[in-house]
Design a binder for this molecule. Structure first.
Ligand SMILES: NC(=O)c1ccc[n+]([C@@H]2O[C@H](COP(=O)([O-])OP(=O)(O)OC[C@H]3O[C@@H](n4cnc5c(N)ncnc54)[C@H](O)[C@@H]3O)[C@@H](O)[C@H]2O)c1
Length: 423
């Protein structure tokens, strides 16, 4: 299909051919999603529905949008972060696939929120979020749309945390399916996807050698474990900062050092935050860092580094390379912030590799199908993707990777389900 008639706000439609090539390249590594797309094209489970998605506009997301469209949905896509949009992909989605996209890489905050409004102006039946921005806008400014909605899906940890807080306060007025909580999502996307692509972002931005460097990973959740293990694999000395004692022991036994942020600040060469929390690196930490320290974030929002605080400490700043802003402190020390403190894997690299997004977005497509097929509106709480879907996604992925599962014998099946047999 080639059309330019769908409503859109993108940077440059001439980028479409390059975007199409990248979408097709990613598609080759997303076999589970491709199978779902094939079934959706036959069964049309999303027929007649408008779906508005607020996700990183990457080539993997493009293949999810194609899948929803194949299922019969009318799709609108907006960015879930001002710096994560791949403009060529946005152009191809509009030109080659006739999908409405409102996203420009580097858009300012006002444009970002205008684009969110455009996603809601179509009166969606289903929304998809990565960070809960659409759900949040629906609850703050567009409450009249909520009764028309079957529900929403949520991609990331920070979004799920926000939604659970809303549900706890009785403020959540629509059902949400937490895709992040599928095992086939967070065990792979957060760990291996964020792990590899965060290191990729740091290397692309700086071209530094990681071997021998002190790499401080703040937060040892699924993302932090991934960043730490990939950093260690490249020869970095990993130092983990955690507030949760169980995760801190895990880090120790995985072979990393564990320190408080104040202890880590003067010894780190490169710092990565992945906590989902605010100001985990702040003024007092910046104040004790080495000259030339590199600081970046791969958590969802750009609040993990206290950049206003750093600006107060700095006498000047300048861009020394693409994605590298050098802040010179009063005593002459330099601190380099990568990607404006936004998700470094999407700002300076290309986000998660397609192969992990295959499973995350298979869950997204199947979660949308659950919402579409619900005849009565689901309760206004945060739901999990059913376990059988999680297992099925894993089974299909395994198959595509050429691995075979062992099957229980009848004797084994009986043994693990009875209590009589002992020593
Ligand atoms: N970059 C990406 O593409 C990407 C992908 C997936 C998730 N995320 C985001 O990354 C963040 C982390 O996700 P996750 O799945 O690892 O979450 P998680 O909840 O598994 O882990 C977060 C960890 O940070 C720790 N923490 C919280 N505050 C801290 C502090 N002040 N100092 C040190 N540690 C602290 C917590 O104890 C926890 O162990 C979230 O914002 C999530 O949305 C980003």
């Amino acid at each position: 299909m080639s059309t330019t008639t769908v409503p859109s706000d993108i940077t440059n439609s001439r980028l479409a051919p390059a975007g199409k090539l990248r979408i097709e390249w990613a598609d080759q590594h997303m076999p589970v999603l491709a199978q779902i797309r094939k079934r959706f094209a036959q069964e049309k489970p999303l027929s007649g529905l408008r779906i508005s998605a607020c996700l990183h506009v990457t080539c993997e997301t493009a293949n999810l949008m194609r899948t929803l469209q194949a299922g019969g949905a009318e799709v609108t896509l907006v960015a879930s972060n001002p710096l994560s949009t791949q403009d060529d992909v946005a152009a191809s989605l509009v030109d080659d696939y006739g999908i409405s996209v409102f996203a420009r890489r580097g858009e300012d905050n006002e444009t970002y929120y205008d684009h969110l409004k455009s996603a809601l102006d179509v009166h969606p039946h289903i929304t998809m979020d990565d960070g809960a921005d659409l759900v949040s806008m629906l609850h703050k400014d567009r409450t009249e749309l909520i009764p028309e909605l079957k529900g929403s899906t949520e991609e990331t940890t920070t979004g799920v945390n926000r939604l659970r807080a809303m549900a706890r306060d009785g403020a959540l007025k629509m059902p949400v399916i937490a895709v992040n909580e599928s095992e086939t999502k967070h065990l792979f996307d957060n760990r291996y996807g964020t792990g590899q692509s965060t290191i990729d972002g740091i290397i692309r931005a700086t071209n530094l050698l990681l071997a021998g460097k002190n790499l401080v990973v703040v937060g040892y959740g699924w993302c932090g474990k991934g960043v730490a293990s990939r950093g260690k694999g490249l020869g970095a000395n990993v130092i983990v900062v955690e507030i949760n004692p169980v995760r801190a022991i895990e880090a120790l036994m995985d072979g990393h050092r564990v320190h408080s942020m104040s202890e880590a600040a003067p010894i780190g060469d490169i710092f990565v935050t992945v906590t989902g929390n605010k100001h985990v690196i702040r003024k007092k930490h910046f104040n004790s860092m080495k000259d030339g320290a590199i600081v970046c974030n791969s958590g969802h929002f750009d609040v993990e580094l206290d950049l206003p605080g750093l600006r107060e400490l700095a006498r000047e700043d300048r861009e020394v390379r693409s994605f590298v802003q050098e802040f010179k402190l009063l005593d002459g020390r330099r601190i380099n912030v990568l990607g404006e403190g936004r998700l470094i894997n999407l700002a300076a690299a290309e986000g998660h590799p397609a192969s992990v997004m295959d499973m995350s977005f298979a869950n997204q497509a199947l979660a949308a199908e659950i919402l579409a097929k619900s005849t009565e509106r689901m309760p206004n709480v945060v739901h999990r993707v059913p376990e059988d879907i999680d297992r099925e996604v894993a089974r299909l992925k395994l198959e595509s990777m050429g691995a075979t599962l062992e099957v229980l014998t009848p004797e084994q099946e009986k043994y693990i389900n009875t209590w009589e047999e002992g020593t």
